[in-house]
Design a protein around this ligand. Sequence first.
Ligand code: GDP
Length: 295
Amino acid sequence: KQGLSKTTKEFTDKIDTLISGYGKIDEAFYDELEEILITADLGFDITMELIESLREKVKEVKTDDPHQVKVLLKELIINILSTGNRELQVEPPPAVVLVVGVNGVGKTTTIGKLAHYFKQQHKEVMLAAGDTFRAGAIDQLEVWGQRNQVPVIRHQEGSDPAAVIFDAIHSAKARNCEILICDTAGRLHNKKNLMNELGKIFRVVDREYPEARKEVLLVLDATTGQNALQQAKVFGEVAQLTGIVLTKLDGTAKGGIVLAITKSMGTPVKMIGVGEQLEDLQPFDPSSFAEALLG
Ligand code: GDP
């Protein structure tokens, strides 16, 4: 079930305890449910909205049986999570996948996993080491390139990221590469800097590779909960995001953040990271997620 054992267990246990503890759905029941949802990092607004929608549903189906709540909640959650197109836009080739996000969220690992994911689909993949700022980022990407046996275009540490992307695009064209995955630097300390850096990269891609499909993926670390939502908002302001990759869902009980992000960003969560290995990246599936969450 999407490797969400921790999210599943804590949340499901609490919901189950709640349900078996009440003979009927009353105000105390809603209060307790509210607290559970907030603890799962759904955030205040979404929790309120969900509870409101749940109250309506409960009225609609004329029930006061707590056991019905699970099914109704599941429906509501799937509904929220089903916004937008979750397919990675890489067909027909060529395509550029720009991967953005702050240090430590799992950006490099995600690029390695993405390369593996596309290679499994027999696609020609190339990587561009566009994070020239973080010490070790280039070498780390090189390792993922070797693991996947895909070429990595790199410059020296500290060089202009846009120049790396420029070279990578021309290399991708020359080698008929189908998908070029670009790492970028995510220095959030200064929004204006971030905007300038990413803006320059985006302009290079538009100018040098107009024929390519573009996917701009923001990588967020699910274990950081509401912090991830804050990052999403900042990146959403400086870049035209097309999708979100939520990492480390295997190690958190804060799975509810998926809902908070989808709802407030309107950008679909397209992939999820559920471990550190190459194959630990999966397309996000709302039904399985809701199923995992609520059992
Ligand atoms: P970056 O600084 O954003 O490029 O982050 P890295 O790719 O270097 O990842 C930071 C740490 O998070 C590493 O130890 C990764 O192995 C780990 N990591 C990345 N994705 C996942 C995931 O989905 N699950 C788990 N458990 N760890 C992950």
